[in-house]
Unconditional design. Structure first.
Length: 125
């Protein structure tokens, strides 16, 4: 088994910015590549719960529970900026930028090194 890594262009930055998420296969490895809040991330398309295709799940605003001035519950709302990837199999959520599960930071997506050069999105596999 080879341990050599190589760089692969998976998208143009403008295309990824517009689509927010693409799922690609490189050498048999499926990965999701995301653009959010000016940042680019790449995650293995395998959910840490039971291996579901997490990167094919919806990208949703993170649910929050704001308090009113009297400290009473104002009801559920959506965070204005944070986005979670929602696994299509059982609904586990993961922060798109950190890959972490919001309730258990020990659980998360496996990252793939990704960078932007000359308006190309490049992963290292
Ligand atoms: S496999 Fe993703 S939530 Fe179960």
């Amino acid at each position: 088994m080879s341990t050599a890594h190589r760089d692969v262009v998976v998208a143009g930055l403008a295309d990824l910015r517009e689509r927010e998420r693409i799922v690609v296969e490189v050498d048999g490895l499926e990965l999701g590549v995301y653009f959010h809040a000016g940042e680019v991330r790449a995650w293995h398309n395998a959910c840490p719960h039971q291996g579901g295709p997490v990167c094919q799940g919806n990208l949703m605003p993170r649910t929050i529970q704001p308090l009113r001035e009297d400290r009473k519950n104002a009801g559920p709302a959506f965070h204005p900026a944070d986005r979670n990837i929602v696994c299509p199999w059982h609904g586990f959520e993961f922060d798109v930028l950190t890959g972490r599960h919001p309730a258990n930071p020990d659980v998360g997506l496996r990252p793939i090194p990704v960078r932007v050069e000359d308006d190309e999105v490049i992963v290292t596999i």
